[in-house]
Design a protein around this ligand. Sequence first.
Ligand SMILES: [Zn+2]
Length: 306
Amino acid sequence: MKKSHIRIVTLGALAAFAFAFSFLLPAAQEKPKLKFFISVDMEGISGIVHGDQTTPGTAEYAAGRKWMAQDVNAAVEGALEAGATEVVVNDSHGSMRNIDPDDLHPRAILISGSPKPLSMMQGIDASFAACLLIGYHAKAGTEDAILDHTISSSVVRAVRVNGAELPELGLNAAIAGYYGVPVVLVSGDTAVCRQAGEILGKDVVTVAVKEAYGRLAAKLVPMGEARRMIKAGVKDALTKLGRAKPFKIAPPYNFELGYHVSAQADMAAMLTEVKRVDARTVAFTADDFILGFRKLRALIALAPAR
Ligand SMILES: [Zn+2]
């Protein structure tokens, strides 16, 4: 009798202590933050094989933007199952107003509209644990790749950084790497998945949702299966996060921009810090990758139409 009374008193004291302690250290009660960043382009989305499906004002665009939301929602679900406390989705195609906010997963935060200083990577910073690239496409000039291009089909023939030609996934992975964030998954066609492996290494998870026959046709993974693969791939990539390394390119940076026509390079070469490499190619250097990327974007956006 006496012994159990002591036990009750002891338990009561412990409970009172824990209660008081919870007020002293509120942060210890909170779930640690686990933030994931998703950049979503459109050409590599499940079902998409033609520019009509990615261009506002066409009959097929409504379907394209819905497919885009469904691929990204599958990625959001995978991220939440992997323990995400916050998922930020940056709409990264064209006007960057493709995803109808009503169609996005209710737990995800949308970044919508353009232009944005970091473009397809706007919103990323060092607080994110990982980055996912959904609906991406191969670089300009890739064979058997749906809607292959680099940033702008009408302006850019190639972008090189320190001699290596990069697709958008490489430039954007380097932006993530600048903030110490690894890109752990890329989805799109088989061609962009191959390029992701070549640039980011064997640990990046790739999800191929289609295999191209040329630039405007592909064999599609059935839509439900493609979304299931994206969700499973994201969950897999985020649960083995410890192995992932940020993609970093050593400074200084030599950016080389190959235009389609010489008139575009004529205009870029007006700037004193821009060097003319050949009729269609210009180059410039930067010590900071973000500043170099911003200059690259401006030289692309301000180029005259060919
Ligand atoms: Zn795009």
